[in-house]
Ligand binder design. Structure first.
Ligand code: ZN
Length: 451
């Protein structure tokens, strides 16, 4: 990286100061200079900006003329590049890496989650500038293990918030009985009891999935989650099921995952009013429905070096490639569904945005045709295209709004003093073209450079 050469000179000067027995200790401050800062608060970007970092926190942010830089600080001159808060993705899956066939994936690789798959996903997201994530459904033992490993610094990965299992009416069909990614809800009482158990175990969010849960069961789950201080992520497609979930009590910054999916053109006025008045956040996961089509249109995506690099186990990556090459993708369930409901999905998202709904940016990364290394920036691009949201609005949604959904807005999501120094540096201007978000040249998590 070009600016590294600047550091050498400064470090040498610092070493000389120590050698001559200067009594004040080195400041331990790292300074990013010559930055075009987009701070996540939504205001105009700042040119010639400076960020002071001490340990894992941001100490100060401002213009070069207003921030005084300690003489012995380590300088990182970014040469006018764009500097932003690390991205926050409120819908990811660590246990899948974009393979086309879930039945094959879980049937073949269930015992390689900890050795290969989850660490690969964690590394890929970090390298893509995603420094905080919310996993919305995985084997309970594995996802707690992963969160603990990352928190303890034993595995590189984003700050990880977890749901644990999907709460459903029926188990998922493609995993074994040893891989517990679903807890079945038989009644409202069972819903309350299982939410309390998850809260005791230490999950960060409650995830409901499938539309067979009754309004009474959803209401019990939501109420118990809210009483425990947790938000809810609700996975629902059909318009009447969305209405049921809203009436069951989805509240501020709870999310509706996959909002917009189904063929109706718009939601009725009751749905739109409940969403806007109750400040429920929309989590569209647009890319999760478009990834397979993108591979059909451009098979070279299967040769993406970033995808390969993030999956060191070569047999896994080869199997992912094979899963697309040896399948008639025009018959793939996701492709068929996506083609059938694209108009309806997009018109509903635009309608919700135009009516003032809060939008998250959520990629559902790891799903079919939707690998972790590019899911988030592609979701940002699609959000602008589909809703007409201004690019700055998309950036704020992917940082500050998502941090609020995680309940972590005091710690992450913007470049402000006191928050974690989760910072990405981009070679390009995402306010000109959000695809510049794919040109990340450096990622810092808690002030530490990601390798
Ligand atoms: Zn998902």
């Amino acid at each position: 990286m070009v600016w590294r050469s600047v550091i050498g000179g400064v470090m040498a000067a610092g070493a000389m100061a120590l050698a001559s027995c200067v009594s004040t200790p080195p400041s331990d401050i790292v300074v990013i200079t010559d930055a075009r800062i987009i701070d996540g608060l939504g205001g105009a970007p700042m040119d010639d900006g400076v960020i002071l970092i001490q340990d894992d926190r941001i100490l100060a942010v401002g213009g070069a003329d207003e921030i005084s830089v300690p003489a012995d600080a380590e300088i990182i001159d970014v040469d006018g590049k764009t500097v932003m808060p690390g991205l926050v993705d409120v819908h990811v899956h660590f246990d899948i890496l974009g393979h086309a066939n879930y039945g094959h994936w879980f049937g073949t690789y269930e015992d390689r989650m900890r050795s290969d798959i989850m660490p690969s996903a964690a590394q890929a997201m970090l390298r893509a500038g995603v420094t905080s994530v919310r996993d919305l459904g995985a084997d309970v033992d594995n996802i707690f293990w992963l969160r603990d490993e990352i928190e303890a610094g034993r595995l590189p990965g984003p700050r990880t918030f977890i749901a644990g299992p999907f709460l459903r009416k029926t188990p998922t069909s493609f995993v074994s009985t040893d891989y517990v990614d679903t807890w079945v809800i038989e009644s409202p009482e069972v819903g309350r009891e299982k939410v309390r158990r998850l809260i005791d175990m230490g999950v960060d969010v409650i995830k409901t999935q499938d539309e067979a849960l009754s309004k009474a069961e959803l209401a019990a789950i939501y109420d118990e989650a809210h009483k425990g201080g947790l938000r809810v992520a609700s996975h629902i497609y059909a318009a009447d099921a969305v209405e049921t979930a809203l009436e069951a009590g989805l509240g501020p910054y709870d999310t509706i995952e996959h909002i917009g999916v189904n063929q109706d053109q718009n939601y009725n006025q009751n749905v739109v009013s409940l969403i806007v008045e109750n400040r429920v956040a929309m989590a569209p996961t647009i890319i999760a429905l478009e990834g397979v089509k993108m591979i059909i249109n451009d098979p070279a995506l299967l040769e993406d070096e970033a995808w390969r690099r993030d999956i060191p186990a070569e047999d896994l990556y080869a199997d992912i490639q094979r899963s697309y090459r040896e399948t008639d993708l025009s018959q793939h369930a996701i492709f068929i569904r996506s083609e059938a409901d694209r108009m309806g999905r997009f018109s509903k998202l635009k309608h919700l945005y135009d009516n003032g709904a809060i939008f998250a940016i959520s990629s559902d990364s790891g799903t079919r045709g939707n690998p972790h290394h590019n899911a988030m920036w592609r979701e940002m691009v699609l959000t602008e295209q589909v809703t007409g949201m201004p690019r700055m609005g998309v950036i704020v949604a992917a940082t500050a709004v998502n941090a609020k959904i995680l309940g972590a807005e005091d710690e992450i999501g913007t470049l402000e003093p006191g928050k974690y120094a989760d910072i990405i540096i981009i070679d390009g201007d995402p306010l000109e073209d959000l695809a510049a978000m794919s040109q990340i040249v450096a990622v810092y998590k808690g002030g530490a450079l990601v390798e």
